[in-house]
Design a protein around this ligand. Structure first.
Ligand code: KG4
Ligand code: ZN
Length: 335
């Protein structure tokens, strides 16, 4: 079975993962998050430089954890996009250099597809067809995944902020630091989710008719900011819990509709926000109530890592997908 080395540098994590078949042998992540925290968001130039600085150390650590030599690797995989272009370029250049030097195949991997592929590390059975709710810091979309490598249909996506971005922005207003998702998740646990009735974006009757699978989180962000301006003694944990409830509600409802409309009784959630306890719980309860399958990656595989890049390439490799040394970085994805 092929030994695949995956490289991820689309944002602030320099990550290298190694898988053989569907077994994870190494998953090394070096994050430059601390260097960005004081700016309240990821600074692209800092991220690119950090990737350059940590690439070789991360590579050596991954090989050592997996107890393999570089020459044992059967294929190299790298995130080609979407992401920060300068950051992606570091990974693509490193991967191309490795593949050339080793005379091994090189696979460019879509970062979003790999968030879905990582589920195969924890599930043995075939996951597709499934509806996939992809909620990360940069993207929020609802997909119909008929086949992970060849047939993914976009049903809808966010029209403004991504779900994770909304978490990060609200956490900043609440003074909870960056990244904000885990901090809001934490304090929401003791807050009252029904304390404040925040808006649910794109859920009017007209929206359900014309754009049933799209999301919008910017109105919610504005509503929270207004509430805090008007309410000097706002209880942070109640604001966090009510905000989280509002963010979770819409993907929940839209996922149900996607499953019902497509007849696919299976739902997968992926991306950093899939680590959110409120979202996981709501979707698990809903799936159990309907008798649907639900796939949620283990916590460490929700946020960015390179095990997911190696895993996505694993399927390309065994299906004999076309590979070449011509992988180019691209900032955007059609998903
Ligand atoms: O998938 P990811 O690691 O990076 C991107 O591809 O964007 O997602 C990062 C996002 C951040 O916005 C972070 O705040 C959010 O995922 N996140 C969470 C949680 N853990 C990470 N959001 C809500 N609850 C969490 N527990
Ligand atoms: Zn991601």
């Amino acid at each position: 079975m092929p030994l695949i080395l995956g490289i991820e540098t689309s944002c602030d994590e320099t990550a290298i993962g190694i898988v053989r078949d569907r077994t994870l042998l190494a998953n090394v992540i070096s994050s430059s998050m601390d260097e960005h925290a004081r700016f309240g968001g990821v600074v692209p130039e800092i991220a690119s430089r950090a990737h350059l600085e940590s690439f070789l150390n991360v590579l050596q650590q991954a090989l050592s954890d997996a107890k393999v030599k570089l020459t044992d690797i059967d294929a190299i995989a790298v995130t080609e996009g979407p992401g920060l272009i300068g950051a992606l370029l570091v990974g693509v250049a490193g991967a191309t250099g490795l593949a050339t030097a080793l005379s091994k195949p090189l696979y460019g991997v879509n970062h979003l597809a790999s968030h879905i592929a990582v589920d195969y590390l924890t599930h043995d059975e075939k996951i597709e067809p499934t509806i996939a709710l992809l909620v990360s810091g940069g993207h929020s979309s609802l997909l119909q995944v008929n086949d992970l490598t060849s047939d993914v249909k976009k049903l809808g996506a966010t029209m403004d902020d991504a779900a994770g971005e909304a978490f990060d922005k609200i956490a900043r207003i609440l003074d909870l630091g960056f990244p904000g998702g885990p901090a809001i998740d934490q304090i929401a646990k003791t807050g009252n989710p029904t304390a404040i009735d925040f808006p649910r974006g794109l859920t009017t009757a007209e929206d359900w008719r014309t754009r049933p699978f799209d999301f919008s989180f910017s109105g919610l962000k504005t509503a929270v900011a207004r509430y805090l301006e008007k309410t000097p003694n706002a209880i942070k944990k109640d604001v966090a819990a009510s905000f989280q409830d509002a963010v979770v509600d819409v993907p929940l409802l839209k996922s149900i509709k996607a499953c019902v409309d497509s007849g696919i009784e299976s739902l997968l959630i992926a991306g950093g926000v899939a680590a959110n306890r409120g979202l996981r719980q709501a979707l698990m309860t809903m799936a159990a109530a309907n008798g649907w399958k639900i796939y949620i990656p283990d916590f460490p595989y929700c946020t960015d890592n390179a095990a997911m890049i190696a895993m996505a390439a694993h399927f390309k490799y065994i299906e004999g997908a076309f590979e070449n040394l011509d992988v180019t970085a691209h900032a955007r994805s059609t998903w």
